[in-house]
Ligand binder design. Structure first.
Ligand code: DGL
Length: 264
């Protein structure tokens, strides 16, 4: 495998662009491929079996495009599918993501941590194991956020509908004394500015995009797969109408780009 090969990244939709942005910041020489499975969003309300099937298909597609590493830029897909993908591709660097329970448990002063994530992530055995491992000394209040991902997919990052929904999810957590909020879905960093308006300054907001980029850097370095570049332009595929992704890319990726139809 050449170090010039691209890194393949996927999510149920546009959420993983928050992670792709962190990868681009940390590793500007890497060429990037991105799949938005927006034809099947939200994963959060789908069965683990369905998500495993989609993840297998998308992983195989990215490998056909020559990916040297895979990033599951989706907490929900990681919970459902990362173990199976690692078993299937034992030599491939595969990076998943999970809600930042460990850093949040270390950071909280009130001892109450809130987790905003999808229904699928919060119901998963992986999340239960994470709580057992790192959250025995703190109180963790979980809050699934149905409907939020769809608004972010539509580029509604600050409108009144998004604001009202977010307020409904967050206010009960604040009332319980939570001083640390985990953004346990890769779509949510895009509404951080709105969230910041709804919660006091003293509440920390934690997400894991930057940590995932650092983990990718470590795994590539260990395998001598970090490239000196230069990076090729990032390539994008969507399983929904590509025009939808084209329209939100300037907002969520900072620039316009071509989007191809995902053939799987
Ligand atoms: N972005 C995803 C995550 O990190 C999934 C959102 C969804 O499709 O429900 O969990």
């Amino acid at each position: 495998m050449s170090d010039r090969a691209p890194v393949g990244v996927f999510d149920s939709g546009v959420g993983g662009l928050s992670v792709l942005g962190e990868i681009r910041r940390l590793l500007p020489n890497e060429s990037l491929l991105y799949v938005a499975d927006s034809g099947h969003v939200p994963y959060g309300e789908k069965s683990p079996e369905f998500i495993r099937l989609r993840s297998q298909k998308i992983a195989a597609f990215l490998l056909e495009q020559g990916a040297k590493a895979l990033v599951l830029a989706c907490n929900t897909a990681t919970a459902a599918a990362v173990a199976e993908l690692r078993a299937r591709y034992p030599h491939l660097p595969i990076i998943g993501m999970e809600p930042a329970v460990k850093p949040a448990a270390a950071a909280t002063r009130s001892g109450v941590v809130g987790v905003l994530a999808t229904t699928g992530t919060l119901k998963s055995a992986k999340f239960a194991a994470l709580l057992d491992r790192f959250a025995s000394d703190v109180r963790v209040i979980t809050r699934p956020c149905p409907g939020l991902v769809e608004l972010i997919e539509a580029g509604e990052l600050s409108g009144s509908a998004t604001c009202a929904l977010l307020r409904e999810f967050v206010e009960p957590l604040l009332a319980e004394g939570c001083d640390t909020l985990i953004l346990g879905c890769t779509h949510y960093p895009f509404i951080k500015p709105l969230l910041r308006e709804l919660v006091p300054e003293s509440v920390s907001l934690i997400d894991t995009g930057a940590a995932v980029a650092r983990h990718l850097q470590r795994l590539l370095a260990e395998r001598a797969l970090l490239t000196a570049g230069p990076a090729l332009a990032a390539r994008f595929w969507s399983s929904a109408d590509p025009q939808q992704l084209r329209e939100v890319l300037p907002l969520l990726w900072g620039q316009a780009a071509a989007v191809e139809i995902l053939p799987v």
